[in-house]
Design a protein around this ligand. Structure first.
Ligand code: PRX
Length: 647
C-alpha cells in the first residue's frame, strides 16, 4: 500500500512505551488538562506540594493582576536545595547528577553528593567575599560542570545569575553587564570548540573596561593558556576553593525571589533581560521533565543545548536536577573531530533521552546515514526537538535513522519568556504528526487568534497567544516594566502575545509557523533584525542597513543584510568581509550575515520607514507582490530585484 505524504502521517504511541509512561494515554492527558483548567489552584498547589521541598508553605497559590503574576505567594524555598540537598538527604547522593565530556575527550562524573559539595564550597566563597541575595552575577563560561556549579551557588544565596553564551562578543557581554549592573563576573580562561580555544577571559577583559559595577571576577582554569589577571579584581577559582568550607546552608528565599535574568533578542536594537523567579519556574521545569520527557530514575538524559540559552537553563540544569535525573553535558561541537561525535557519545554513555534542535538534525542528516549507522543507538527511547519548526523530512530522518522507528519524538514549543515547555506531545499518549507541536500542556491555555483576540477558524493562520498566567512565565523585563507590558500584553487584548503565528488542524493539533515580528530564528538562535542593523550602521562606511531572514535549508533562516554605503567605496567584496567581521565583533560570530547586498537605496514608506516586508519577499520569493502603495520610490524595488540577476 502506498504511504501518505510525510506531513499527513500519524504515528500512534507504542504500547510498550505507554505502559510505563507518566501519562499513559490521551484520556489521562485530557483529565489532567481539564483538572488544571477547571481548578487551577488545586491543580498547581497539589503539584507544588508533591514535587518541591518548601521551608515555608505559601498562603496563596497565585495572584494575578494583569500583567503581574505571583505564584505561591508567601512560600519559602531554595532552588539549589531542591536540585541537590533534598536528593542527597533522600539517600540518592551516589546517583550521577552530571556526566560530562569535554571536547578533547576528558570526562567527569559528578554524583549528587559531589555536585552538592562543589556548589556549597563555591557559595561559601561567594558569601565570604560579601556577595548577597539580590546582587547580580554574570556567568560567561564554556560548558564545563563549573558553569552549573556557578549557577547553583548563586541560586543557593539568592544572587541573581545571568549566563551569557560564550559565543557572544566582548561588546555584547559589556552591554549585558551594564544593563544588569552586575556586581560579579564568573568566567574562564577559555573553552574548546572545534579544536580551537575560545578565549573568554580576553573578551571579558575587553568588556570590563567600562563596567564600574563589577567588584570581582572569578576565573575558572579550563584550557590552561596564559591570561592576564588584574590584581585586586581577578581571582582564580581554584585558589579560592582552597580555603572554602563546605558548610553553606541554602537560604530560605521567597517563592517570587528572582532566580535569573536571561537576555534575549526582541524587536529593537536592545536585548531584553527576561526575569524568572524561583518556585513557579522550578515547578514547571520538573513537571515537563515528567510529562514531556517521561524521565525515569534509571535514565541517562542528554539535552545538547548550551547553558547560555534558556534550553540549557531549564533542561540541562534546573529541570533535570530538580527531578533528580542524570543529565549529560558535552562541551564541544557535534562535528568534531567527525560527524559521529554525538552518536559516539550516545553509544558510550547509553543515552536514553536525547533533546536537540532541528538545525542540528538537518546538518547531521546532510552528512549521510553512515555516521549514525556506525554507532549503537539502541539505548535511545525518546527524542526531542526544540527552538524552531521541524520540517517533516528532518522529523522522519530523526525518527527512522536516529530513533530506529522505536522512539517517539516530542516537538516542544516554548520560549525564553515561557520558562518551560508549553506545547508538546506527551510521548506515551499523543499520536504524533511530523512537524506539529501538537497540544498545550496541562495548565497552558493556548489559542490561535486574530489581532482582536478572537479565535480564528480551524486551518486558518493566526497569532499564538496564552490566555492565562502560568507558573514559569517571565515576571518582567529587567529594568523595563513598560516594555514588558507593551511587548507581551498590549498587542492582543486579554492575552500574552508570543510573537509566533500558528494554525490548528481539525484534530486540534497546533502547528507553529514562526515569528511574525522582527525576530529571526537562525539555527534555533533568536536574533533581532534591529540588533544587527544597529551593529552595521555603527560601521563608518555604512549609511543605512536593513536586515531580514532568508529561508535556509539547514539553519531555518539565514541573515540577509541590505546595505547602502557612504560615498568612496569601490571594493564591495572586501567591504562585505569587513562588515561580517564587524558584526561578529559587535554581537558574536553566530550573528554574521550569510549574505550582504549593497544597494543605492532601500525601499521606504513616505514617512521614511524601511519596508522590511518587501525585502523579506524579495529574498524569499525573489519577486514583490504585496502592497507597495505606500512605497516612496518604486524604482528602488525594481533595482533591488534586478540586482539579483546580475549577481
Ligand atoms: O518562534 C518560536 C521558536 O523559537 C522562539 C523562541 O526562541 P527562544 O526564546 O530563543 O527559545 C528557544 C528555545 C525554547 C519561539 O517564539 N520555537 C521554539 N520552539 C519551537 C519554535 N518554533 C517551532 N516549533 C518549536 N518546537
Amino acid at each position: 500500500m502506498q504511504q501518505p505524504p510525510l506531513e499527513d502521517r500519524v504515528y500512534a504511541p507504542q504500547p510498550a512505551f505507554s505502559r510505563r509512561a507518566h501519562v499513559p494515554d490521551m484520556s489521562a492527558y485530557q483529565a489532567l488538562y481539564e483538572q488544571a483548567h477547571q481548578h487551577p489552584e488545586e491543580f498547581w498547589s497539589g503539584l507544588a506540594e508533591r514535587e518541591l521541598d518548601w521551608f515555608e508553605k505559601w498562603s496563596q497559590v497565585y495572584r494575578w493582576e494583569p500583567p503581574r503574576a505571583e505564584w505561591f505567594v508567601g512560600g519559602k524555598l531554595n532552588a539549589a536545595y531542591n536540585c541537590l540537598d533534598r536528593h542527597v538527604a533522600a539517600g540518592r547522593g551516589d546517583k550521577p547528577a552530571f556526566i560530562w565530556e569535554g571536547e578533547p575527550g576528558d570526562q567527569r562524573v559528578l554524583s549528587y553528593r559531589e555536585l552538592h559539595r562543589l556548589v556549597c564550597r563555591f557559595s561559601h566563597v561567594l558569601r565570604a567575599r560579601g556577595f548577597k541575595a539580590g546582587e547580580r552575577a554574570i556567568i560567561y563560561m564554556p560548558m564545563v560542570p563549573e558553569l552549573p556549579v556557578a549557577m547553583l551557588a548563586c541560586a543557593r544565596l539568592g544572587i541573581i545569575h545571568s549566563v551569557v553564551f560564550g559565543g557572544f562578543s566582548a561588546e555584547a557581554l559589556k552591554a549585558r553587564i551594564q544593563d544588569l549592573e552586575a556586581n560579579l563576573v564568573i568566567t574562564a580562561d577559555g573553552g574548546w570548540r572545534r579544536g580551537k580555544e575560545i578565549r573568554l577571559k580576553e573578551a571579558a577583559d575587553e568588556a570590563l573596561q567600562d563596567c564600574p559595577s563589577v567588584r570581582e571576577v572569578v576565573v575558572y582554569r579550563r584550557t590552561g593558556s596564559p591570561i592576564a589577571m588584574q590584581s585586586g579584581r581577578d581571582l582564580w577559582w581554584h585558589e579560592l576553593d582552597r580555603d572554602a568550607a563546605e558548610d553553606c546552608p541554602a537560604e530560605p528565599l521567597d517563592a517570587e525571589s528572582p532566580l535569573y535574568v536571561l537576555y534575549t533578542s526582541g524587536t529593537t536594537g536592545q536585548p531584553k533581560g527576561i526575569l524568572h523567579t524561583t518556585a513557579g519556574y522550578l515547578l514547571q521545569c520538573v513537571m515537563t521533565m515528567k510529562w514531556v520527557f517521561d524521565v525515569r530514575d534509571e535514565d541517562i538524559y542528554w539535552c545538547t543545548a548550551d547553558a547560555g540559552w534558556v534550553t540549557g537553563h531549564s533542561y540541562v540544569v534546573y529541570g533535570p536536577l530538580a527531578a533528580g535525573a542524570t543529565s549529560l553535558i558535552y562541551e564541544g561541537a557535534p562535528d568534531y573531530p567527525a560527524f559521529d561525535r554525538w552518536w559516539r557519545i550516545v553509544e558510550k554513555y547509553r543515552v536514553n533521552i536525547f533533546y536537540t534542535s532541528p538545525t542540528a538534525i538537518r546538518a547531521l542528516l546532510r552528512q549521510g546515514d553512515q555516521w549514525p549507522a556506525g554507532c549503537d543507538l539502541s539505548s535511545l527511547r525518546l527524542l526531542g526537538s526544540v527552538g524552531e519548526p521541524i520540517n517533516p523530512a528532518a522529523w522522519e530522518w530523526y525518527y527512522r535513522v536516529i530513533g530506529g522507528e522505536r522512539c517517539p519524538i516530542v516537538d516542544t514549543w516554548w520560549q525564553t519568556e515561557t520558562g518551560a515547555i508549553m506545547i508538546a506531545p506527551l510521548p506515551g499518549a499523543t499520536p504524533l504528526k511530523p512537524g506539529r507541536a501538537s497540544f498545550p500542556l496541562p495548565g497552558v491555555q493556548a489559542e490561535v487568534v486574530d489581532f482582536r483576540g478572537r479565535p480564528v477558524e480551524t486551518g486558518q493562520d493566526g497569532f499564538l497567544v496564552i490566555q492565562r498566567p502560568w507558573p514559569s512565565m517571565l515576571r518582567t523585563i529587567w529594568r523595563d516594566p513598560r516594555r514588558f507590558e507593551d511587548q507581551y500584553w498590549r498587542r492582543i487584548p486579554g492575552a500574552y502575545f508570543t510573537g509566533d503565528a500558528a494554525r490548528r488542524d481539525a484534530d486540534g493539533y497546533f502547528t507553529i509557523l514562526g515569528r511574525v515580528d522582527d525576530v529571526m530564528n537562525v539555527s534555533g538562535h533568536r536574533l533581532s533584525t534591529m540588533e544587527i542593523e544597529s551593529a552595521l550602521v555603527k560601521h563608518p562606511a555604512v549609511a543605512e542597513a536593513a536586515v531580514v531572514g532568508r529561508p535556509d535549508e539547514i539553519t531555518g533562516q539565514a541573515v540577509c543584510a541590505f546595505v547602502t554605503v557612504k560615498t568612496g567605496q569601490s571594493d564591495y567584496h572586501a567591504l562585505a568581509e569587513e562588515l561580517r567581521r564587524w558584526v561578529a565583533h559587535e554581537i558574536g560570530s553566530f550573528a554574521k550575515p550569510a549574505e550582504i547586498r549593497f544597494a543605492e537605496a532601500l525601499p521606504k514608506t513616505r514617512s521614511g520607514k524601511i519596508m522590511r516586508r518587501l525585502l523579506r519577499e524579495l529574498v524569499t520569493s525573489h519577486v514583490v507582490t504585496g502592497d507597495v502603495t505606500t512605497l516612496e520610490d518604486m524604482a528602488v524595488i525594481a533595482r533591488l530585484a534586478a540586482r539579483r540577476d546580475d549577481e
